[in-house]
Design a protein around this ligand. Structure first.
Ligand SMILES: Nc1nc2c(ncn2[C@@H]2O[C@H](COP(=O)(O)OP(=O)(O)O)[C@@H](O)[C@H]2O)c(=O)[nH]1
Ligand SMILES: [Mg+2]
Length: 286
């Protein structure tokens, strides 16, 4: 699964990635792991919790991670930090739009970032970003969950109300309402000492990741079962003879063990999905 991070420079992408990584190291339920960059990411996270924000050396383009639930690996995914400045151009040239569009096509999900101090229709940067974003969103043609994130909310005297969150984004929200492929959420976060909501952007996307993965496996098992049931008696006998000679399992035995693995994963998948639903009870989704 590929998750594209979209947002202007300095909006807080790198900071949120490291915060999410650190957050999902702890506790039960979902955990994240990455063999390659674990040490680096964890040290950035620890510094963040002491109030030190990451410097330029912590900026990478792609992070490969494994998501687990209660120790069961669910799937691998990567974060792609979109570093092109074209997102800030006024307006996007057709060539830039095409390049962003193909990045979106390759992605399975996206996180779109806005900075709290610019989060207003009166703000020129905000207007530009949302215009570019809207022209991108109307072109999305495969299923895509998107988390919209307002960053650095610790710098505000009080949190945004739901109305205050939704109003500036009305154009984007109506573009999404017109596109049946997109499902979105809109959350406010803060990183650093006063961490808040940092798990939400990822959890929203993973919710669909877990469900889709489950449906794919179910379909694959059904297809394998149908194929076996349509085999001739001679083919079944041949497979059995082969397996006795080679000492390996028959296709039928293999299918049965896949089915029991699938069935035993039902319980924690259900728990994972319920945990996310609970976390989103009071959040905005569209
Ligand atoms: N107060 C506060 N500052 C933040 C937060 N997130 C990021 N920043 C600041 O914004 C700067 C840029 O963040 P960075 O993650 O590098 O942005 P990127 O260019 O989108 O990757 C950081 O160095 C921090 O100073 C936050 O949650 N709260
Ligand atoms: Mg960055």
């Amino acid at each position: 699964m590929r998750i594209l991070l979209l947002g202007t420079r300095g909006v807080g992408k790198t900071t949120l990635i490291h915060s999410m990584y650190g957050h999902f190291q702890e506790g039960s339920g979902f955990t994240l792991d990455t063999p390659d960059t674990h040490t680096e990411m964890l040290s950035v996270y620890k510094a963040l919790r002491r109030g030190r924000f990451p410097d330029a050396s912590a900026h990478r383009k792609e992070y490969d991670l494994t998501l687990s639930y209660d120790g069961n690996p669910i799937f691998d995914f990567s974060w792609i930090d979109y570093q092109g400045a074209i997102y800030e151009d006024d307006p996007l040239s057709p060539v830039d739009l095409q390049s962003l569009e193909s990045d979106m096509k390759e992605a399975d999900a996206a996180i779109c970032f806005f900075e709290q101090s610019e989060y207003s229709e009166e703000n020129q940067n905000f207007l530009l970003t949302t215009q570019n974003l809207t022209s991108l969103l109307v072109r999305v043609s495969d299923f895509m969950p998107i988390s919209f994130v307002v960053t650095k909310c610790d710098l505000r005297p009080r949190p945004f109300t739901k109305q205050e969150l939704l109003a500036p984004l009305s154009e984007v929200v109506s573009a999404i309402a017109d596109n049946e492929h997109i499902t979105g959420t809109l959350v406010q976060v803060s990183c650093g000492r006063n961490e808040w909501n940092i798990d939400l952007p990822l959890l929203f996307i993973l919710y669909f990741g877990v469900i889709l993965r489950h449906q794919n496996e179910e379909q694959e098992l059904l297809a394998r079962r149908n194929e076996l049931m349509n085999r001739s008696i001679f083919a079944i006998f041949g497979d059995w003879i082969d397996s006795r000679l080679s000492g390996q399992s028959t296709d039928y035995e293999n299918l049965n063990s896949s089915i029991s693995a699938f069935n035993s994963s039902l319980q924690w998948r259900q728990a994972a999905v319920e945990q996310i639903e609970k976390r989103f009870e009071d959040e905005i989704s569209f």
